[in-house]
Write a protein that binds this ligand. Sequence first.
Ligand code: HPA
Length: 274
Amino acid sequence: MNQLTGAHIKEAAQYIQGKINITPEIGLIMGSGLGVLGDLIEDAVTIQYHDIPHFPVSTVEGHAGELLIGKLSGRNVVLMRGRFHMYEGYGPELTAFPVRVMKAIGAQSLLVTNAAGGINLDFASGNLMLISDHINFTGKNPLIGPNDNELGVRFPDMSEAYSKRLRSIAKEIAEAQGFSLQEGVYVGLLGPTYETPAEIRMLRQFGADAVGMSTVAEVIAARHAGLEVVGISCITNMAAGILDQPLSHDEVMETAEHVKSQFLNLVSALIAKM
Ligand code: HPA
């Protein structure tokens, strides 16, 4: 049940606002191995998650637990280095909480990134994929429970969860930077097991291009809050059963490290134009 209310959001927001003297306009959530973007923030104020009232604390290797606030590509941003996954045992409303706090301190748009397995056979490990849409296959939703009308409407529209405007900007940037940006549907599962080959075949038939264990709850909360959303998946591996090899978190981290510069170029140019 939804135990975090508007009062908890306000308390967390006030704590953060007490430590900064800018108003962040863009929220950034970085996936496994992609938190390096935080190093580019100028005059960053770093706040540990465990110091923020009611903030959950992330438990996965490759995910730090800190909020960075400062300037990136000329814009005021708030970046989550480390996110909360439902497989860690957090309820969906806890994964949504930081998004609501970002909104409460001023964010109007959200850029989410993640590591994902490639389902689309035209993809290759190391590709970046612009998320055109998602399938919430987690069986959970962060908006379950009484709706707080001050946060958003009871039945949010999800027909353009990932902003067409921001997607077209991202595509223009990739073209100008001279690399092919894949585009496709991200399916979010609970994890923490990687999928079976049979599950991957099923997901492909269902229209998914990439699979991961994050993002959907955050994006649902963001759309509920009226944030404009753009999402980029780093295809860190081909999904189970496609190549004749087992999947591992080490491979995910290695590929993320490998595409770092392309990822940083794309994302920092995108932030400038959001
Ligand atoms: N499946 C689910 N989540 C993932 C994967 C995958 O293959 N790769 C990175 N995150």
